[in-house]
Design a protein around this ligand. Structure first.
Ligand SMILES: O=C(O)CCC(=O)C(=O)O
Length: 304
């Protein structure tokens, strides 16, 4: 992360890193997403990991883009992004949650821009960023270091102009001492979007890196009925911080490297340390045992 990028991130709360994904990666991510959408036509795929698919799901099985495999696993620790995430979060950070968002002309869907985050200490019951005390939404720069409670990487799969819709934010709001006034939070159309909100143009393969502390949201789609915006969000925390109540279980995603498994570990101030690895390995083994016992029980019941 060069000096110019550091300056702009501190000033504005986000930067756009161009061409993070190459054509073959975009194609792989795109193809896997489209095959998944055939069976799951939702505009949001994966999840913020607060929702189980059904009540019988074992713990840690909240939906995740990682199930799509291939390039989706590579995005966990993309080498091109490591210098940025290390600079913004420190050496020990973890992937907290992931999801895909698809914007298009959907007459039956609410498309309001809802600006959330913004202002030191944003959050709390009135803000989408989490109903706890709001301390998780911090941003600060001190002693030559960035501190962020959550850093989002938005990988873009399509070319999107500022007029189409998509990501927008209030640059600089991550340092504001006053929360975003409620009158400015919602815009039902692009015409209603306040003029201090910046709509960000991107090309397929770009990544927008933003701090969740910067007020941001999705501008209503006006990019025509024959186009879509498909964005993959991977959101990272300092290791001791958690946003999602549902942790990843690395065993659910075959083919991960040791570093990727560490990136999926649950939060603790110890990070990926021998102590935490031992505890978590035991939890994963017990999870596996429970699944096997449940399968055996179901088989026994079936053969009655
Ligand atoms: O559509 C976008 O880029 C904004 C997504 C958003 O609001 C979020 O990640 O919290």
């Amino acid at each position: 992360m060069n000096d110019e990028e550091q300056y702009l991130f501190d000033l504005r709360g986000f930067i756009v890193v161009r061409n993070v994904l190459q054509r073959d990666q975009i194609d792989d991510l795109s193809q896997r997403l489209e095959s998944h959408r055939v069976k799951n036509p939702n505009p949001i795929l994966g999840s913020d990991r607060t929702i189980f698919r059904n009540e019988h799901d074992p713990a840690w099985s909240a939906a995740s883009l990682l199930e799509l495999g291939g390039g989706y696993l590579d995005l966990i620790d993309l080498p091109a992004l490591k210098p940025y995430l290390t600079m913004l979060l420190g050496k020990h950070y973890r992937l907290d949650h992931d999801y895909a968002k698809i914007d298009s002309k959907m007459p039956d869907r609410e498309k309001t821009l809802y600006l959330h985050g913004g202002g030191q200490g944003a959050g709390g019951p009135a803000d989408l960023v989490g109903p706890s005390d709001g301390g998780q939404c911090f941003y600060r720069y001190s002693n030559g270091r960035f501190f962020n409670g959550l850093v989002a990487v938005a990988f873009e799969l399509d070319d999107i102009s500022a007029e189409d819709g998509g990501f927008a934010c209030v640059p600089g709001s991550h340092k504001s001492n006053i929360g975003l006034p409620s009158a400015w939070r919602h815009s039902k159309t692009q015409a209603e979007v306040p003029d201090f909100v910046e709509q960000v143009a991107v090309a397929a393969g770009d990544a927008i890196i933003f701090t969740e502390a910067c007020a941001h949201g999705t501008v209503p789609w006006e990019g025509g009925s024959d186009r879509e915006r498909r964005t993959l969000f991977y959101k990272y925390c300092p290791h001791a911080v958690a946003w999602s109540p549902c942790y990843y279980n690395a065993n659910n995603y075959p083919g991960l490297s040791t570093e990727q498994r560490q990136m999926l570990m649950p939060p603790s101030a110890y990070g990926p340390h021998a102590i935490t690895e031992h505890i978590w390995q035991k939890a994963q083994d017990e999870q596996l045992e429970l699944q096997q016992l449940r399968a055996e029980l179901a088989e026994l019941r079936g053969s009655d």
